[in-house]
Design a protein around this ligand. Structure first.
Ligand SMILES: N[C@@H](Cc1c[nH]cn1)C(=O)NCC(=O)O
Length: 442
């Protein structure tokens, strides 16, 4: 555990996840070329992204069960092979139907990578190092998004569609080779289910644990705001509603990755140092996100640029914040069912993200129709429309906060029953500490 070999495994899973995020985001950056190539509308093209993400989300629980049964290494290899096949299919696709098949394969391979990677890390690291390496993994994976936004786009413009996607596919071949060669032998803490029946039973047990539910709701409340913003609605909001234009909008969106790189390790340190306060960290992030959104949406007239930067920085902490959900899964589940528990947690954030993305779109359309239905981008994506449409996330997240508080109460009750640990409310602890300090000073 925590050995030189563990760090080699860490480097390899970072590569696997980084390439997986690159493959995931590699079509979004080629929207205009794809529209031309397949002769489809933007709406038809968006179904490619939706299908890919639906496959990703739908496979989380089955993949979790498979991780517990066949082990994370095999699934990382299978995931990379599927993404390679998906990108080759996309590179050579003569029509949109074949392109959809390519994205389904990419979504399936992607679904296997992150949860397998964090399960593998749990076999090679222990103690305080684990939340930190998990955050580092999450952060470095986001670099894949930057790589698809810069070098991949350059390649697309110089070498063309087929060569670009074949090059992307070759990166997954590199992952297969590196994982096959470098991650060998038994991990110090590896446990596999004896049968599929046992894996399914483990999934049921894992679902019933309040700690897994706390992880699910922690992921659910932290992820939607940043995902819907960086994947879909941030670009029209910044470039059209606020009038910053496409270049500035794209530059501002890279702030999400930069912020995650800084706050991820910090959150890893905080979770490791204060394990009994992880839900308070999650709730603080949610409260900050809520405050930033209220300030932007309630600002009279166009909000100033500094406030938009504050908003992006604050919601970007939701990405690393969501990883605290996996930390709950790890500490409240035995290692043998950690794959299933991580799969369950990952469904939380992605479900909340889809629902929010979809509802914001529905509201933008409805507001446009109420105003006469021009569908002209400057009207469809007006600041006033976004002000109303973005409010829907408060409903989605509020539901998650209520469920998180219920799961937290049940988790703390279980902790008290089974381990005799009592977790006092944070304000009680803070008042006690303040009194202690005051009496020492007197
Ligand atoms: N919230 C993300 C991870 C993350 C870390 N920093 C920014 N985002 C997550 O849960 N990812 C799962 C995946 O498959 O990428």
């Amino acid at each position: 555990m925590n050995s030189r070999r563990s760090w080699l495994v860490f480097a390899v899973v970072v590569l696997a996840y980084l390439v997986s995020v690159l493959q995931r985001t590699s079509l979004g950056v080629a929207a205009i070329e794809a529209t031309d190539r397949f002769g489809v509308t933007a709406a038809a093209l968006s179904t490619l992204a939706v299908v890919q993400l639906l496959v990703y989300a739908a496979l989380q629980v089955p993949v979790g069960v498979m991780i517990d049964r066949v082990g994370p290494r095999f699934l990382i290899l299978l995931g990379a092979a599927l993404m390679c096949a998906g990108q080759v299919t996309l590179a050579l696709a003569p029509d949109i139907g074949t392109a959809v098949l390519g994205r389904v394969l990419v979504g399936a391979g992607d679904a296997m990578t992150f949860t397998s990677a964090i399960r593998l890390l749990a076999s090679w690291f222990e103690g305080r190092a684990l939340p930190i390496v998990t955050q580092l993994l999450g952060t470095s994976g986001q670099i894949g998004q930057v790589l698809s936004a810069l070098p991949l786009v350059t390649l697309l413009h110089t070498a063309g569609w087929t060569r670009t996607y074949l090059s992307a596919a070759s990166l997954s071949v590199v992952v297969v080779v590196v994982v096959a060669v470098a991650v060998r032998g038994r991990a110090p803490a590896a446990e596999a289910a004896q049968s599929w029946h046992q894996s399914i039973r483990q999934l049921r047990e894992s679902l019933a644990r309040p700690g897994t539910q706390l992880g699910f709701w922690s992921h659910y409340v932290t992820q939607p705001s940043v995902t819907m913003f960086s994947m879909l609605w941030g670009f029209p909001f910044l470039s059209i509603a606020l009038g910053y234009g496409p270049t500035a909008a794209a530059a501002l969106l890279t702030l999400v990755v930069v912020t995650a790189a800084v706050t991820g390790p910090l959150l890893g340190l905080l979770s490791a140092r204060f394990p009994l306060r992880r839900s308070s960290i999650v709730l603080s992030i949610v409260a900050l996100m809520g405050a930033a959104w209220v300030a932007v949406l309630a600002w009279p007239g166009p909000p100033p640029a500094w406030l938009i930067i504050v908003l992006i920085v604050v919601i970007a902490t939701g990405g690393p914040g969501s990883l605290i959900g996996f930390d709950f899964a790890r500490t409240f589940n035995p290692l043998r069912s950690l794959g299933s528990a991580n799969g369950v947690v990952n469904v939380g954030g992605f479900t909340a993200s889809f629902v929010t993305m979809f509802l914001v779109g529905v509201l933008l359309d409805a507001i446009d129709r109420l105003r006469g239905g021009t569908s002209i981008p400057s009207e469809l994506y007006s600041l006033d429309s976004f002000r109303l449409a973005f409010l829907v996330q408060f409903l989605v997240v509020a539901l998650g906060v209520v469920m998180l508080l219920i799961a937290r109460r049940r988790t703390r009750a279980r902790l008290h029953e089974e381990e005799g640990i009592t977790v006092a409310p944070l304000w009680v602890v803070l008042v006690r500490a303040w009194r202690r300090r005051r009496s020492k000073g007197q």
